[in-house]
Design a protein around this ligand. Structure first.
Ligand SMILES: NC(=O)c1ccc[n+]([C@@H]2O[C@H](COP(=O)([O-])OP(=O)(O)OC[C@H]3O[C@@H](n4cnc5c(N)ncnc54)[C@H](OP(=O)(O)O)[C@@H]3O)[C@@H](O)[C@H]2O)c1
Length: 262
């Protein structure tokens, strides 16, 4: 296998934007960007200083083809690409490597980070998970990952899926609750930015001192009156009321023993 023919990026969304810039900044050769929407493909390729391709074009050789497409599109795009002579990898935490069939050398390079539109992220401190179906894919992905980040972890597919589940609990759900909290204040004509210092300082404290130190609130204290009043205030929003009750029960059963000990 040609080890140094460069990297082909497939997809033009959030992950493609950040990975593409990190690859170029690391000095690795990006041989092109391929995507299904011409305008987005041209724009990303131009910003990365490389060539743009449609998915059905004759694509350039690459030692590594990175599929930065939606999880549900990985299988269709992998089979649509035709034979690739190097490794084909996706960027998903949740997707099986078999979705990359019929390619022989398959892998995943999963950034454990929320990637949003905006300035290209410096990936040097972002954990990159590598999962591969054999030595060629493992070598190709480790070579790239270690050039991008100082925090590279090899996991099996089952482990990667487990970390992905943990990542959803860590990042997705708190952000969804933050959005609900902001909307609640907004509906009552109170500026939602009032909550921002609480949000940032709590996340920082949970990361540095640990969740047990950061967890406060009525459920942990066992303040039943406050818990009941809050639930009554959510009577018009049964879904949020249900969530409030479930999370309070979880905190009460799993965290009050430690609270009592403190
Ligand atoms: N964003 C994150 O926080 C994050 C973090 C870690 C890993 N990832 C992984 O990165 C991958 C891409 O996610 P993303 O966040 O970059 O998604 P995204 O911003 O929604 O971009 C999705 C890309 O997939 C393309 N696509 C979707 N369906 C397609 C199809 N049927 N055929 C061809 N192309 C198709 C889209 O093309 P169009 O623009 O033409 O629709 C777009 O280029 C996923 O596997 C995701 O799990 C994302």
């Amino acid at each position: 296998m040609a080890l140094h023919t460069g990297i082909l990026l497939v997809g033009t969304g959030r992950a493609a934007h950040h990975l593409g810039h990190a690859i170029v900044n690391s000095g690795r050769k990006l041989v092109g960007v391929a995507g299904r929407t011409a305008a987005a493909t041209d724009a990303l390729a131009r910003s990365l200083g490389t060539a743009a391709f449609a998915l059905d074009d004759a694509l350039p050789e690459a030692s590594l083809t990175l599929l930065a497409v939606s999880d549900d599109a990985i299988a269709a795009v992998a089979s649509r690409l035709g034979a690739r002579n190097g490794t084909v990898a996706h960027l998903s935490g949740a997707t099986d490597l078999d979705r990359l069939l019929p390619h022989a050398h398959r892998g995943a390079l999963w950034p454990v980070m929320s990637l949003s539109p905006g300035d290209p992220l410096d990936l040097r401190t972002v954990p990159l998970v590598v999962d591969a179906n054999g030595a060629p894919a493992r070598e190709a992905l480790l070579a790239l990952a270690q050039g991008l980040s100082g925090h590279v972890v090899e996991l099996t597919t089952d482990q990667r899926r487990l970390v992905h589940l943990a990542a959803v609990l860590t990042a997705n759900f708190p952000v969804a609750l933050f959005a609900e909290a902001r909307a609640l204040l907004h509906r009552h004509a109170i500026g939602p930015d009032l909550l921002t210092p609480l949000w940032t300082s709590t996340a920082a404290k949970a990361a540095t001192a640990g969740p047990e130190a950061a967890l406060t609130g009525p459920a942990r204290r066992g303040d039943r009156g406050t818990l009941e009043r809050h639930q009554a205030m959510l009577a018009n929003d049964p879904r949020l009321q249900h969530l409030y009750r479930s999370l309070s029960e979880l905190i009460a059963t799993r965290h009050t023993a430690q609270a009592d000990a403190h």
